[in-house]
Design a protein around this ligand. Structure first.
Ligand SMILES: NC(=O)c1ccc[n+]([C@@H]2O[C@H](COP(=O)([O-])OP(=O)(O)OC[C@H]3O[C@@H](n4cnc5c(N)ncnc54)[C@H](OP(=O)(O)O)[C@@H]3O)[C@@H](O)[C@H]2O)c1
Length: 246
């Protein structure tokens, strides 16, 4: 398939899970992808899995100097950006009674502050065209105990999508948010429940009766990244099996 033929995509946190599935889907559709994450071994493995049309950069999406390095690498290699996927994230639960400033700042630095500067640094290479996809979570509109900081960072992305859709009005750039529901990726290992407990719990809670596969979220990302969504901006695409809808 060639839906993204000739396009350049930058995807943060694309070494595992949803980000890697998005990178794979974009490469299959003809794009060149720049992926980044902090762990070199996972980065090497992801680049090997993708096999072609990939540039892997070791970088922390919360570190503005690292984001400058990513932008410089893209500028040098392709000089253009068509698609930005802000995806890097993690979960760490903390009830409000014991939540620390460090916990709060770490979440906000990566998942609320990071996307702003990722987009800012890549914008000069999005000349009159492009699509920005902000990976949020169905949790941004749900109340799940222990997720004060995480859910709030994901809600911030909803506001960015609206503001930037308006701000980029005359620049030909669309901005949308993608809100996955529970998806079977390594992030689940950071939950307090075991994987088996999570599967059982979500089978009961999710209208579609199961977790998502990362590839299903990548399908939604492809829609938002490609011209298939040419009249969609400022939106929130919930790919959540219905958990945030009922
Ligand atoms: N899986 C779910 O159920 C689910 C549901 C809703 C939303 N989401 C969201 O989907 C996104 C991807 O999550 P996932 O489920 O695919 O988890 P994952 O498999 O753990 O992947 C997380 C990715 O983010 C990268 N990352 C983490 N911290 C980073 C940092 N400081 N700088 C750069 N990269 C960083 C990781 O690489 P390194 O560790 O090597 O840096 C990894 O590539 C996250 O934003 C998450 O909040 C996931």
């Amino acid at each position: 398939m060639t839906t993204l033929a000739g396009k350049t995509a930058v995807i943060s946190g694309a070494t595992t899970g949803i980000g890697l599935a998005i990178a794979q889907r974009f490469v299959n559709e003809g794009a060149h992808v720049f992926i980044f994450g902090r762990r070199q071994a996972q980065l090497d493995a992801a680049a090997a899995t993708l096999g072609r049309n990939v540039t892997a950069i070791r970088a922390d999406a919360a570190d503005l100097a690292d984001l400058d390095r990513v932008a410089a690498a893209v500028r040098e290699q392709t000089g253009r950006v068509d698609i930005v996927v802000s995806n890097a994230g993690y979960t760490e639960q903390a009830p409000i009674d014991t939540l620390t400033p460090e916990h709060f700042d770490k979440a906000f630095n990566l998942m609320a502050r990071g996307p702003v500067f990722l987009v800012q640094k890549l914008l000069p290479m999005m000349q009159g065209r492009g699509s920005i996809v902000l990976v949020s979570s169905a949790m941004h509109l749900m109340g799940i105990p222990g997720h004060t900081a995480y859910a709030a960072t994901k809600a911030a992305l909803r506001s960015y999508a609206r503001t930037w859709a308006a701000e980029f009005k005359d620049r030909g750039i669309r901005v949308n948010m993608l809100s996955p529901g529970v998806t079977d990726t390594p992030i689940l290992d950071a939950q307090s429940a075991t994987r088996e407990e999570l599967i059982e719990m979500y089978e009961g809670m999710v209208p579609l009766g199961r977790m998502a596969r990362a590839e299903e979220i990548a399908n939604a990302a492809l829609f938002l990244a490609s011209d298939e969504s040419s009249y969609v901006t400022g939106a929130d695409l919930m790919a959540d099996g219905g958990i945030g809808q009922v």
